[in-house]
Design a protein around this ligand. Structure first.
Ligand SMILES: NC(=O)c1ccc[n+]([C@@H]2O[C@H](COP(=O)([O-])OP(=O)(O)OC[C@H]3O[C@@H](n4cnc5c(N)ncnc54)[C@H](O)[C@@H]3O)[C@@H](O)[C@H]2O)c1
Length: 262
């Protein structure tokens, strides 16, 4: 049996990278997928790929940081699919690399709105539906940037640290409801968000140095995060709750070090 057979799911940020790979994998594993992204064309392409592979998907252009949009797409999924079992609150923005002391408040507000308040609102609107129907799984995308410094800018890192705390506090706040809430902390993954880094390294011929700080000595692919999202979404993770799982090639397991030269 497929690993998400009969599950009714939402994936945000499904127009690119980790979200698209997860939407495709969820559908391939038997889920009905509401794919959400603020980029209408990109999410339509994700749905085309789901359908071409024989899966069930619908697309919706919406802002995953807006309470109105979140309330709308949660109820749209529940009405269309007849319930809701899984939400992967994955949409996020990097916020760029403006130096700390030059960052305007508006930058912090926008990054926190999308990366942290969005997942909170996804929980707030989806969890009651899930609880009423006997349980569900909510997965949020955090980051290794939420564990330690230097993986991204300050607003991004703070937003992802917030997501890690959110899944811990929400899993406890929802104790007894059978709604599980977990996060994934990806390391460096090749997606739209990190494209400039990969393109720059390829242009300079330093591609082999990408990911050199983790023990696997390489960057990750979106499908490797989708595989973790699939596990957390499925009943295979039925006793995993309130956790933030790093999927980072081992990056967060180490102290800073200088790789030996061969
Ligand atoms: N790529 C990495 O190395 C990496 C590492 C750690 C965490 N992450 C996180 O993974 C998640 C997915 O990012 P990705 O790497 O796949 O990047 P990506 O840019 O390829 O995909 C992100 C998608 O989210 C969409 N999006 C952004 N803001 C949105 C909003 N307000 N409403 C709806 N959709 C919105 C974008 O249009 C895009 O399609 C993000 O939360 C990101 O912070 C990425």
């Amino acid at each position: 049996m497929a690993r998400l057979e009969g599950k009714r799911t939402i994936v945000t940020g499904a127009g690119s990278g980790i979200g698209r790979a997860s939407a495709l994998l969820f559908a391939a594993e038997g889920a009905a997928v509401l794919a959400v992204d603020r980029d209408a064309e990109a999410v339509a392409e994700t749905v085309r790929r789901i359908e071409a592979a024989g899966g069930r998907g619908i697309g919706l252009a919406a802002d995953a940081g807006s309470e109105k949009d979140i309330a709308d797409f949660v109820s749209h999924a529940a009405e269309t699919f007849g319930g809701l079992d899984v939400v992967f609150a994955n949409a996020g923005v990097s916020g760029g690399l403006t130096p700390l002391l030059e960052q305007p408040v508006s930058l912090w507000e926008e990054v926190l709105r999308i990366n942290l308040i969005g997942p909170f609102l996804a929980i707030r609107h989806a969890a009651p539906l899930m609880a009423a129907q006997g349980g569900g799984s909510i997965v949020c995308t955090a980051s290794v940037a939420g564990l330690r410094a230097n993986a991204a800018g300050a607003p991004y890192s703070a937003s992802k640290a917030g997501v890690i705390s959110l899944v811990q506090t929400a899993a406890n706040a929802l104790g007894g409801t059978k709604v599980r809430i977990n996060a994934i902390c990806p390391g460096l993954i090749e997606t739209g968000m990190t494209r400039p880094l990969f393109d720059g390294a390829r242009e300079r011929g330093t591609e082999d140095r990408i990911g050199q700080l983790n023990p696997l000595r390489r960057a990750g692919q979106p499908e490797e995060i989708a595989a973790a999202a699939l596990f957390l979404a499925s009943d295979e993770s039925s006793y995993v709750n309130g956790q933030a799982i790093a999927v980072d090639g081992g990056l967060s397991s180490t102290h800073p070090f200088a790789p030996s030269r061969r």
